[in-house]
Design a binder for this molecule. Structure first.
Ligand code: F6P
Length: 335
């Protein structure tokens, strides 16, 4: 698991590698950083940690790392390097400045760990400068084309499940319905996986439109069929957190009395699961192998259980599709 086809790692060794984390943090970013640092040092390549994503890169806020710099972080949530959503990086002049900063420090390669926005920035830097850039998919949302799995997704799903298992106790005790809002912005990967794993009655996700009438009908039907008087509906947050309160109001007009629980940022924090630690560590080490093999402007992810690259351009152009069967399974398994 998580091996890649043999790459000639003496092809084009970088002089020095910088590594940064960007966008929303995700549990597993630390083991990914550790993977990059330790693999680079093993190859005899200098490695620099950039503080606060692209914001730090622009102003040259970075330091040389050694093996001890990443000691005792494999089990920690968040990111040792800190992260930021850097709007300034959308400006080509700012990206030019970032490339100049790296070149002046003798750094010719960069590893970017982040979500789709961060990987878009990575592609732009790679295509506009001589810096070689490798992206790693670091987001809890699992919404990145070119990889079956993203760093942090498994932990976020398990964190949500921990919370929902507790909410379920209250739902059962009070015989009531809960709408639990999970993260995932415009994608329903977290909601669907959580929905299956917690035995939800329904999931509401951006990929499939569902009428309030239909939800209400289904709930009533479930009660008639004697499926208990409590329930959990998992709702993906969509463009703005808190929209689930609107859904609750609409359901009230149909005679339901749901309680709302927004899980929010607790899904982004916490110790990465074993799965995310292995995934992140292997992808971090693979990023260095790919750089040494002469690769540029690609993301390293997982396809069918193995490590594989995808051009960063594809990540921008293509949308990862949610497996429709998974969505259908939520309702099927509740029957
Ligand atoms: O992309 C990761 C994510 O956690 C989304 O699931 C969520 O919609 C968004 O980031 C929240 O961003 P912020 O931390 O900026 O509020």
């Amino acid at each position: 698991m998580y091996t890649h086809t043999s790459i000639n790692t003496t092809e084009d060794k970088p002089t020095a590698i910088a590594v940064l984390t960007s966008g929303g943090d995700s549990p597993g970013m630390n083991p990914a950083i550790r993977g990059v640092v330790r693999a680079a040092l093993h190859q005899g390549i200098k490695v620099f940690g950039v503080h606060k994503g692209y914001s730090g890169l622009i102003i040259g806020d970075m330091w040389e790392m050694d093996s001890a710099s990443v000691t005792n972080i494999v089990q920690r949530g968040g990111t040792l390097l800190k992260s930021d959503r850097c709007q300034a990086f959308l400006d080509p002049a700012v990206r030019h400045q970032a490339a100049e900063v790296l070149l002046k420090k003798g750094i010719d390669s960069l590893v970017v760990i982040g979500g789709d926005g961060s990987l878009t920035g990575a592609h732009m830097l790679a295509s506009e400068s001589s810096i070689r850039v490798i992206g790693l998919p670091g987001t809890i949302d699992n919404d990145i084309y070119g990889t079956d799995d993203t760093i942090g997704f498994d932990t976020a799903v398990n964190t949500a499940l921990d919370a929902i298992d507790k909410i379920r106790d209250t739902a059962l005790s009070h015989e009531c319905l809960f709408l639990v809002e999970v993260m995932g912005r415009n994608s329903g990967f977290i909601a669907t996986h959580v929905g299956i794993a917690c035995g939800a009655e329904l999931v509401v996700i951006p990929e499939y439109e569902v009428e309030v009438d239909a939800i209400s009908f289904q709930l009533a039907n479930n009660r008639v069929q004697g499926k208990g008087s409590s329930g959990i509906i998992v709702v993906a947050e969509g463009p703005t957190p808190g929209l689930t309160y609107n859904l609750a109001k609409q359901l009230e007009q149909h005679g339901q009395r749901p309680k709302v629980c927004i899980l929010g940022h607790i899904q982004r924090g916490g110790r990465p699961t074993g799965h995310d630690r292995v995934l992140a560590s292997c992808l971090g080490a693979a990023a260095v192998d790919y750089l040494c093999g002469g690769y540029n402007d690609v993301m390293i992810g997982i396809k069918n259980g193995a490590i594989a690259e995808t051009p960063l351009q594809h990540i921008i152009d293509k949308k990862k599709q949610l497996d429709a069967q998974l969505f259908e399974h939520v309702q099927l398994l509740h029957k």
